[in-house]
Design a protein around this ligand. Structure first.
Ligand code: MLT
Length: 407
């Protein structure tokens, strides 16, 4: 008899954004003329940078001829991209990361989800609350938790992120944990962490032989000087951290799919008898077995992000989204709401002083505006909604007008 992985029965029936998509689609069906403005899932709306488009067209031409045709590529990514990443994202910023520590993938979501395969089933996992659901759900699927009780899974340690701690938890709250997921600029709260705060985490991880899984998918939105773009800006992070990066929000690649993970040489986990085991060869083994690499065309497109034109064009698009965020934040504050984020992040975290699903439904039904209810990101997200800055200026201005009417 075929047995299922019963850990799936512990998990909520549908993924947060799937549940929201169902509600939005039901609303649209009931109101076919409603012009719905989507500020829910963080999906980009602006087209790819011209430098990226040009590079991808050229890559298609390469594939069209015998001379420059590419079949299977290296599972870890082409050297042309890994070398650019290491230089521009790290070495030019004074960070010691080499090309062979970069693993190109089809996006940070997959890597964040897959990385836990490298760890023992008994490791103690800590996540922020509220949290990007992928960190939690993948550990539930792997059997590291019990069944959800009151919105939390026994077996996970939740690090409450709230207004009192500026949405950045303290390492003391992760006592006894082996792996901690940190995401800054944060999804969903839009909060950023200072160098001192991240250094404290790095020192804690090194002192406790623990590992930080640092999701830096939103680093390109940082504009405040001094806010770290990478965990490796902290001293000692090479021996206790893996970092995930994504081109989804940086360069509009949500549909193209590309990102990368940094696994430094010498980063260790431990066998049951205490023998140190290096994680980088394990991740190489995992990727070479289960992944065939991002496509050549995609990687040529990603490479173009690092050209002078590509950098300027991508920055201009991010500035555009940041301006959307600024406009919405100002409008919500004028309406009396307390808003976090919207400055160094594409997300606004709005204190709605009430039930977040009810508030979500009100905005959907009365304003035809889609947001994300904070409770969907965890218990501590209750009382908030998340608004994404990804949309056209026209839609953002229209959404602001509609919010003013209903709030
Ligand atoms: C979000 O809206 O939280 C993100 O778009 C989800 C993702 O990046 O997978």
């Amino acid at each position: 008899m075929l047995h299922v992985n019963e850990n799936y029965s512990k998990i909520q029936a549908s993924y947060l954004f799937t549940e929201i998509a169902h509600r939005v689609s039901a609303h649209q069906q009931a109101n076919p003329d409603a012009k719905i403005i989507r500020l829910g899932i963080g999906d980009v709306t602006e087209p790819l940078a011209p430098a990226v488009v040009e590079a991808m067209h050229k890559a298609v031409d390469d594939e069209a001829g015998r001379k420059d045709f590419h079949g299977y590529g290296p599972e870890q990514g082409y050297a042309f991209l890994r070398e650019k990443v290491a230089k521009v994202d790290f070495q030019d910023r004074g960070i010691d990361i080499a090309a062979d520590e970069i693993f190109i993938s089809d996006g940070a979501k997959c890597d964040c989800g897959n990385i836990q395969e490298l760890f023992g089933n008994d490791v103690k996992i800590a996540v922020g609350d509220p949290v990007y659901p992928v960190y939690v759900d993948t550990n539930v699927m792997a059997g590291r938790t019990g069944k959800s009780e009151n919105g939390r899974y026994p077996g996970l340690t939740y690090l409450t992120c709230n207004a009192a701690n500026g949405f950045v938890p303290d390492p003391e709250t992760a006592a006894g944990c082996d792996v901690v997921y940190l995401c800054y600029p944060n999804n969903p709260t839009g909060a950023v962490a200072t160098k001192e705060q991240l250094q404290k985490w790095v020192d804690w991880a090194n002192a406790n032989k623990a590992l930080i899984l640092f999701d830096a998918a939103y680093e390109a939105f940082i504009r405040t000087p001094g806010i770290p773009h990478s965990i490796y800006e902290c001293e000692g992070a090479r021996t206790c951290a893996i970092e995930f990066r994504s081109y989804s929000k940086t360069a509009g690649f949500t549909g193209i799919r590309c990102g990368y993970t940094v696994v430094p040489k010498g980063l260790m986990a431990y066998a049951a008898d205490g023998t140190p085991v290096e994680l980088r060869p394990m991740w190489t083994r995992r990727q070479t077995t289960k992944f065939n690499g991002a496509s050549y065309i995609t990687q040529r497109g990603a490479e173009a992000i690092y050209s002078a034109e590509g950098q300027a064009q991508c920055k201009a698009t991010i500035d555009f989204y940041l301006e959307n965020g600024r406009l919405m934040k100002e409008a919500l504050q004028a309406l009396g709401y307390t808003v976090t984020g919207g400055g160094d992040s594409p997300y606004l975290w709005v204190d709605v002083k009430g039930d977040s699903w009810e508030f979500f439904d009100k905005l959907l039904k009365e304003a035809n505006v889609v947001t994300t209810p904070g409770a969907g990101f965890g218990k501590a997200g209750e009382g908030y909604i998340r608004i994404s800055s990804f949309n056209s200026r026209e839609n953002v201005l229209e959404a602001i007008e509609r919010l003013k009417k209903v709030l």
